[in-house]
Design a protein. Structure first.
Length: 216
């Protein structure tokens, strides 16, 4: 979430997506979500994001005119969609009240790629389980009742009860959460999740196709 400055060692194309942040070159400034031409030795700066937590940068050895620039998206859903995170029931969801997650949570200061600890307890519990597999997006409930969202660098097994799992299509939004952000959860069936994920994959493939066309 801090400002970063880069220098290109070779001429090519830089693509920047993710959180809402300003990109500045020696020629102009613009909001990220673009691909642009860069010369060898040229520098550019990515300002600290105003919304979201992470910016992703890629470089390719493709030569374009010095002023070439293409917008990759108009409104990154991972950042601008501030609605609820859709969740399918976890293996121990029946250990908790059906409406346990029907409230607003804040993101605590304890949040990184390992996991995101929320700031509100749904009630302490004494459920003891042997460690079992878990995936990215799992919502574990600690003994003091605090939900913990497992991130991509989190453990692959865990012994806390798992009340739910964020669906694949919303994981990118989890990655953009930052301390003090508000989180809400929306129940989702496996059938609904499969349809949502399928539509998201098709949308991503269309966007990738447009980018390939722009680079040819």
């Amino acid at each position: 979430m801090a400002q970063a400055r880069f220098r290109a060692t070779e001429t090519g194309v830089v693509s920047i997506v993710g959180a809402t942040a300003i990109v500045m070159t020696d020629l102009e400034s613009f909001e990220c979500g673009v691909a642009f031409s860069i010369r060898g030795g040229q520098e550019f700066t990515v300002e600290a994001p105003s919304i979201g937590a992470r910016v992703y940068i890629a470089w390719s050895r493709i030569e374009k005119p010095p002023t070439w620039r293409v917008r990759l998206h108009d409104s990154p859903t991972s950042v601008t969609n501030r609605g609820s995170l859709r969740v399918v029931a976890g293996p121990q969801s029946d250990r908790f009240p059906a409406d346990a997650l029907v409230t607003s949570f804040g993101v605590s200061q304890t949040a990184d790629r390992v996991g995101i600890r929320l700031d509100r307890s749904i009630g302490a519990h004494s459920v003891e389980l042997p460690s079992e597999p878990q995936c990215v997006g799992t919502i574990q409930i600690s003994r003091d009742g605090i939900p913990i969202l497992i991130g991509p660098d989190g453990p692959t097994i865990g012994g806390y009860p798992k009340i739910g799992v964020v669906i694949s299509s919303d994981i990118d939004r989890v990655g953009q959460l930052r301390p003090t952000d508000v989180v809400r959860f929306q129940p989702c069936t496996l059938t609904e999740a499969a349809e949502i994920n399928r539509n998201a994959r098709e949308g991503a493939e269309r966007a990738l196709g447009l980018l390939r066309l722009a680079l040819t």
